[in-house]
Write a protein that binds this ligand. Structure first.
Ligand SMILES: NC(=O)N[C@@H](CC(=O)O)C(=O)O
Ligand SMILES: [Zn+2]
Ligand SMILES: [Zn+2]
Length: 423
């Protein structure tokens, strides 16, 4: 099978070059200024961006257990629509895949229904909420991408310490949703001016930072690769900066919504602005932007958290936490950071593809080069479009960005040289 991409603006070797690209049997085989090939399917990229498939290490597909919110099929279709070819799926499904049998079943479901590469997180502890560790070595052997109790902080320091030791020993990764539930205060929004103004219970920043500080101490002692999920606070960024300076093996991700919104944007009781961690203050948001530009923050991850309409239209107190993010991530980041000249396109592609692949050791997805698996996406950078509810392929259109005008529309996405999304 031959596929010839003509007139590409290709992200190659950290540069943008105008060229043609030949793909044979699912792999890149030739990159040159002019290629002609017999019997090839020809796609004219019209000098749109041809980029390595985007990588998101933090998504929630809801299968099994809550397929009214999302399935692996709809989640991976939405991912392809967002330009993503590889995602890390969190284990907060029902049942939690916390033993060999359930984890194998989860892998089989992913394999059956994914149209992109779905990598599966294993939980750290049973049910994600207990103190008892899963069989880390066995789940790693089955192919666990990394370990995370996302949705829940790990409250017991001894459990965390033991998990880190064992995950370090097998050279895997521990991704932490840092949250001390005793400081969470049954909150639904950031603790501060906005929570007071709206009369809503607030989530203290210390719920994030106190557990993060503890974990950094434990990570230092155990040497584990400790990855911080969805960092949201200024003090959290500062802790990670200090830990990196001290040589601790820590990385972290930030979501587009925490970079682009703050609690000031919450003007009414609209739960499309409700997520965990919550939108923080403007000074936190600016610290996240600085952390991204100075390298303290390593990557963008969406925390794609789809919910049904009736789970999000109940106001802040009753609605579920989370937003549907995988289809809007690239356009929002491109428009607000690259188009506005705050960041280069190369840097954005690093944050959304190369860096996560490298840090998590994801094989064969790092960059476009000869011999590499042809996972890529074609993106129109020139035409403005509106984010519309009806355009979501995810079952969840719970987004605070509906109605925004953006650039960076994905035209096509390919996995192994096969088209998995076409506009
Ligand atoms: N981010 C959210 O607000 N919700 C996530 C859980 C999580 O990422 O903590 C979900 O699964 O819905
Ligand atoms: Zn989380
Ligand atoms: Zn999450």
């Amino acid at each position: 099978m031959k596929l010839l991409i003509k007139n590409a603006k290709l992200f190659y070797d950290n540069n943008l070059i105008n060229c043609d690209v030949l793909i044979e049997d699912g792999k890149f085989t030739k990159i040159a200024s002019q290629i002609s090939a017999e019997n090839a399917e020809i796609i004219d990229a019209k000098f749109n961006l041809v980029a390595p498939g985007l990588v998101d290490v933090h998504v929630h597909f809801r299968e099994p257990g809550q397929v009214h919110k999302e399935t692996i099929a709809t989640g991976t279709k939405a991912s392809a629509h967002g330009g993503f070819t590889t995602v890390g799926a969190m284990p907060n499904v029902i049942p939690v895949p916390d033993d060999v049998t359930k984890f194998s079943q989860q892998l089989a479901l992913n394999e059956k229904s994914s149209i992109i590469n779905t990598l599966q997180y294993a939980p750290v502890t049973k049910e994600e909420t207990s103190d008892e560790l899963v069989d880390i070595e066995a789940l790693d052997k089955l192919g666990a991408f990394a370990f995370s109790n996302d949705g829940h902080g790990i409250m017991n320091a001894q459990s965390m310490y033991s998990a880190m030791e064992r995950i370090a020993a097998i050279n895997s990764h521990l991704a932490a949703h840092v949250e001390d539930k005793n400081l969470f205060n049954k909150g639904v929004i950031n603790f501060g001016n906005t929570s007071q103004r709206l009369g809503l219970p607030g989530i203290k920043q210390a719920a994030e930072t106190s557990q993060l500080a503890r974990d950094l101490v434990l990570a230092k002692e155990t040497g584990v690769h400790y990855h911080v999920c969805h960092i949201s606070t200024k003090d959290g960024v500062e802790l990670i900066r200090m830990a990196k300076d001290a040589g601790i093996n820590v990385t972290c991700e930030v979501s587009p919504h925490h970079l682009l919104l703050s609690e000031q944007d919450i003007l009414s009781d609209n739960a499309n602005f409700k997520m965990n961690p919550p939108l923080r203050t403007e000074s936190d948001r600016l610290a996240l932007v600085s952390g991204l530009s100075d390298g303290t923050i390593d990557m963008i991850a969406t925390d794609h958290a789809p919910h049904a309409i009736n789970e999000k239209n109940q106001g802040f107190v009753k609605s579920a936490f989370g937003i549907s993010g995988i289809e809007t991530s690239f356009p929002l980041m491109y428009t607000n950071f690259v188009k506005s000249s705050q960041m280069s396109l190369e840097k954005l592609l690093d944050l959304m593809s190369l860096a996560p692949a490298k840090i998590f050791g994801i094989q064969n997805t790092e960059e476009i080069k000869i011999g590499q698996k042809a996972d890529f996406t074609i993106i129109d950078l020139d035409n403005e479009f509106e984010i519309k509810t009806n355009d979501f392929l995810s079952k969840g259109a719970n987004s605070p960005f509906i109605g925004q005008e953006v650039y960076g529309q994905v035209e096509k996405t390919y996995v192994n040289g096969n088209c998995v999304f076409s506009k």
